[in-house]
Design a protein around this ligand. Structure first.
Ligand code: NIG
Ligand code: FE
Length: 403
């Protein structure tokens, strides 16, 4: 069904069939109704239908050419919508992770390490790294990717990141406001001006979104407000990194600024949640970050009780969380953040679509993009029930088998 704001409101059809036409889902429903649906569709579709097309349980039928696939009872879910990623970078921070697991605390300071390595890297290396990570995520069932800039932190460095991102996904985010780069440490306002006066104007037509890391040690609320307002004035859609490390005012600011999503929200007061629910701002929770930084897991039951709509994303990045597996994030969300399995699967599909203001992905209703994941399991519940097991069997993106 089309995504709704009801977190966990999964439509589950036992013995289902899906009819794909080109890159779109033409119909989905009970398998025993598929033949009639195909007849009806046939009259509306240009492609001729072969006389004796047969529909089996759990089958995917491609109407153009009537190629049929019998999935033998395997579960089919929408492709995951990963609405938060930092994938344009070079270098390795595994030593920082190991030190953290040995007791060090995560801080935004590590970002500078990646900025130095990224600035030193060529375009080909950055693009190859992106493609490698996207391919990995595809094999984990992700079919929609948001990707942020934010490790260049110069006009040229941010724009080249957006150019590379734009060759691979329409969900591109300008995150020049990630941290204050080393050369501007003495005069952070000069960097804020560079973002507002030069980087934002140059990103128009290249970025869909603007994001700011609103946090102690990154950008304060006043700077965040000015950068987001400038981005909005340039036509970019706003989102925020909010309350990842401290319980500041970033979540309320995100609601006030009309952000589509506020992400992390590791710390959130009841007043924050009430404000976000009232504004209709999506809260994107990032279970892999709490896992990889040993921060406390937020309890989603409190967020849902406040009436907030939540999404789950990976936040794949070299520092705070280097997983790009949404099955892993779903398992952690269920185990440690008290999502029900249904809520977690919804949040990583329909929820991610909400967080990206998309209605054509994250569900399998007629008209949606034909982005489907076939699980090597009889139920979507196995995603949390069998953590760490490769259950993603086949992945279709726009009707094409891609993994
Ligand atoms: O979403 N919070 C800021 N940005 C990333 C981490 C970036 C890094 O550590 O390199 C995040 O957690
Ligand atoms: Fe992030």
């Amino acid at each position: 069904s089309a995504p709704t704001a009801e977190v966990g409101d999964l439509v589950v059809i036992t013995d289902a069939a899906v009819i794909i036409d080109g890159d779109r889902i033409a119909w989905s429903g009970p398998a025993d109704e598929a033949k009639a649906a195909l007849d009806t569709l046939h009259t509306q579709l240009a492609a001729p239908r072969s006389a004796d097309a047969e529909i089996h349980n759990g089958e995917i039928a491609a109407v153009s050419g009537i190629e049929t696939i019998d999935l033998g009872g395997k579960a089919v879910i929408p492709g995951f919508v990963d609405s938060h990623n930092h994938l344009i970078f070079a270098g390795d921070r595994s030593a920082e992770f190991a030190a953290r697991m040995a007791g060090e605390k995560y801080s935004a300071g590590g970002i500078a390490t990646t900025v130095a390595a990224t600035r030193a890297a060529g375009d080909e290396e950055l693009e190859a790294n992106l493609v490698h990570l996207l391919d990995q995520a595809t094999r984990q069932g992700t079919t929609t990717f948001e990707v942020k800039s934010g490790y260049g932190l110069t006009l040229d460095g941010e724009i080249r990141a957006l150019d590379i991102i734009g060759r691979h996904t329409p969900e591109s985010t300008l995150m020049a406001a990630h941290v204050i780069p080393p050369e501007h440490k003495a005069d952070p306002e000069a960097y804020v001006s560079l973002i507002i006066d030069e980087i934002i104007p140059a990103s128009v037509g290249k970025a869909k979104w603007i994001d700011v890391f609103c946090e102690t040690g990154a950008f304060d609320e006043d700077q965040t407000r000015r950068i987001i307002e400038a981005g909005k004035a340039a036509g970019l859609l706003p989102r925020l990194h909010a309350n990842q490390l401290t319980e500041g005012g970033a979540l309320r600011l995100g609601a006030e600024l009309g952000c589509v999503s506020v992400d992390h929200a590791t710390f959130a007061s009841d007043a924050d949640l009430a404000t976000l629910a009232e504004a209709g701002t999506v809260v994107t929770l990032l279970p892999g970050v709490e896992f990889s930084t040993r921060q406390p897991y937020p309890d989603v039951r409190r967020y849902l009780a406040a009436g907030v709509s939540v999404a789950i994303a990976s936040d794949c990045n070299p520092g705070s969380c280097f997983t790009n597996s949404l099955p892993f994030c779903i398992a952690v969300a269920v185990r440690d953040m008290h999502f029900t399995v249904d809520q977690a699967v919804w949040a990583a599909t329909a929820g991610g679509a909400h967080a990206l203001a998309r209605t054509d992905v994250g569900h399998l209703g007629a008209g949606a993009r034909a982005d489907l994941v076939v699980l090597d399991a009889p139920s979507y519940r196995h995603l949390a029930y069998r953590p760490g097991v490769q259950l993603v069997d086949q992945v279709f993106s726009g009707g094409e088998l891609v993994a």
